[in-house]
Each structure stands twice: as C-alpha cells, then as structure tokens.
Ligand binder design. Structure first.
Ligand code: F0G
Length: 349
C-alpha cells in the first residue's frame, strides 16, 4: 500500500485524542543514509544520517506538525500560532493551509534564514517579526493562547512530541534495532525529548534496545550545558538560537536516563561539520550539522569510544533553508568570459 505519512503508519503508537482529523503531507519515511567513509574516519562500526531535510517543508518539524494540526482541526480550532526560528513556522504554515486553517507565526526579526521565511510566506502564514528573540516570541504565543481560542503548535504542545516520536520508530525499523548512540542538535529541546520517548516506547512494545543520546547545542546558545538561561543567545545556527528551551528539563533527563549527555559546539565546528556532510553529498543547514560536530569532538577528545558502535545522526533541516550561510562562508564562484579559451585556461585542460 502506498505511503500516507506518519499518522497513518505510526498513529496507533501516538497518544492523540479521538477527535483528531488527519492532515498529512506524506511527511516522514526519510532516508537513513549510510556513511561508510565517515565511519571509517571516525573509527565507528556504522554511521547513518537520518536526512530530515527531505520532509515536505524541508525539516523534521513536519512529523510533529501533522499531529498537532490534525488535533487542532479536530477540536474545531480555526487558527494555529507558533513562535519560531523558522522551520516550525514553515511547517505550521504548510499544514494549516492544507487544513484550511489560518497560521500566525512570530519570528525574531532578522534572525530567520531566507528559505524558512520564504516558506512561511509562500504557504500563506501571517508572518509577524518581533523585535526580540525566539524566547520572547514563545512567551508571547504561550500567553495569547491562554486567553484566546488560538491553538499553540510549538513543541510545548504534547501532540507535536507524539508525532516526532516517529523518527525513532523509523530508525529502529530500518536498522532492526536502535543504534548504540543517537546524536542530534538541541534548541527548544522538543526533538531530543521526542526521540527518547520514541525509543523508550519501542523498547517496551518491540523489545528494541535503548541508545545513548548525545544532544548538541551551539556554544553561544547553550543554556542546558551552562545550567542557566542565556539572555542573548547567538549562533550562526539560527535554528537553535534559543536561550530558554521550553523542554530543557525533559531534555536533560532524557540524555541522563539514556546514559548520554548534552554538550556544546562552536559555530566554527558546526560549519566544519556542515562541510563534512556536504562532502558526502548531504547538504544540511548549520544547526543540522551540530550532531556530527558534537560526535566528532567527543571522539577526538577521547570522551567517546566509537569502536564497534552503530551511530545515528539526525540532520534536522535541508541546506537550502539557509543559502545565505553558504554565500557568507564559502568562496564566490569564478566569473570568466564566455569563451572556450577562458574555460580551458581555468580548468587547466
Ligand atoms: N534543527 C533544526 C533545523 C531546527 O529548526 C530546530 C528547531 C532544531 C534542530 C532543534 O530542535 O527545538 O526540538 O530542540 N527549530 C525550532 C523552530 C525552534 O522554530 O523551527 P528542538
């Protein structure tokens, strides 16, 4: 039977109310790409990249958004609202438009990558830029949804987390078990919490093992590593430019329970990991490379013995989301006259 999305495939494992009315864009079922060269270089048995950029709106957010919007629609909500560093906004906008609902998204002014902002606008959301951070925007949407019928679709919404558990289910289904380690970026901390819930649930119902979780924040936005909120978070990985993660406690508990940890990586290391992934044919946005940056750093520091380990790295969003970062950090292409001579000279052939 043809694939119909994560609610159809895994809905029986999601805790969703009866009134849920499925809105799907055939999200999920993303490739788990083997990385044999990377595994050899890092000394691991097997490394896989879960390429979440291939979801309908280009990020993992679609897994949770299908669930959250389906629930909101079923309950009779007319408008969904979220704060976002960009990907949640694009995803909420897409699912809301498919459901015939209005989407309102609050984003930090000037801090959202071009591909995400364009997506939110293209899908028809009411995009509001605020003169503040993601954290300020989240506070505002939480406040307004307490007093109005607007449906909150940030990952504070439990149904988002239910849908996002599907990432863990898919990895286990493809590998036949959970990996030994699971590495991913951490921003508002919904995804790490969802993966851990998903792995735990599969362990109960399918008898799969539990992986250790390595969560990675950007050094300039690392409240969970520092142990306190960050007032003015900064990082080139704008997706995870978050100083007060809504599910921070749960994320720390998830990492600890799993026998793993949450660490921070510099922008430089994150961009280096982005280039390494691209050199393997997988182009991701900067935040999405944080998992690999963290894994590499832990191995290089001797804090993690990769020998014999099977490792899954979640790359959360597509490289096309943030074309600006490439323009800023990579050389501009050569310009030559439109002659064969000039081409041959440049290529040296
Ligand atoms: N990677 C990408 C590409 C993201 O967009 C986000 C979060 C994360 C990782 C972190 O996931 O928040 O569950 O810990 N983006 C949110 C947004 C905040 O608004 O799009 P998290």
């Amino acid at each position: 039977m043809s694939y119909k999305g994560v609610l159809d495939r895994y809905g029986h494992l999601f805790d969703l109310p009866e009134h849920t009315r499925p809105i799907a864009l055939l999200e999920g079922d993303t490739p788990l790409i083997p990385m044999p060269r990377l595994a050899r270089e890092l000394g691991a048995a097997e490394i896989y990249v879960k390429y979440e950029g291939l979801n309908p709106t280009g990020s993992f957010k679609d897994r949770g958004m299908t669930a959250a919007v389906s629930e909101a629609l079923g309950r009779g909500a007319k408008t969904v609202i979220c704060a976002s560093t960009g990907n949640t906004a694009a995803s909420a906008a897409a699912y809301a438009s498919r459901a015939g609902m209005r989407a309102v998204v609050l984003i930090p002014e000037g801090k959202v990558a071009a591909g995400k902002l364009a997506g939110a606008i293209a899908y028809g959301a009411d995009v509001i830029q605020i003169e503040g951070s993601f954290d300020d925007a989240l506070t505002m949407v939480v406040e307004i949804t307490k007093k109005t019928p607007l449906a909150l679709v940030n990952s504070i919404n439990p149904y988002r987390i239910e849908g996002q558990k599907s990432g863990a289910f898919e990895i286990c289904d493809v590998l036949g078990d959970a990996p030994d380690w699971h590495c991913l970026p951490v921003g508002n901390a919904g995804n790490i919490s969802a993966y851990w819930m998903g792995y735990r649930q599969y362990a109960e119902v399918k008898g799969t093992k539990l992986p250790r979780i390595l969560g990675v924040q950007a050094a300039g936005s690392a409240p969970l590593v520092l142990g306190h909120p960050v007032e003015n978070p900064e990082t080139v990985a704008t997706a995870i430019r978050i100083g007060k993660p809504a599910r921070g406690e749960q994320a720390l508990m998830s990492a600890e329970e799993s026998g793993g940890r949450i660490i921070a990586q510099s922008d430089e290391k994150i961009l280096e990991a982005q280039r390494i992934l691209a050199s393997e044919g997988v182009w991701v946005e900067p935040a999405s490379a944080a998992g690999l940056a963290g894994l590499k750093a832990e191995i290089e520091a001797g804090d993690f013995d990769p020998k014999g380990q099977k490792i899954a790295i979640v790359c959360t969003g597509h490289g096309m989301k943030d074309p600006g970062i490439i323009a800023d950090s990579m050389p501009t292409p050569d310009v030559i006259p439109a002659t064969m001579e000039a081409l041959r000279e440049l290529l040296g052939v």
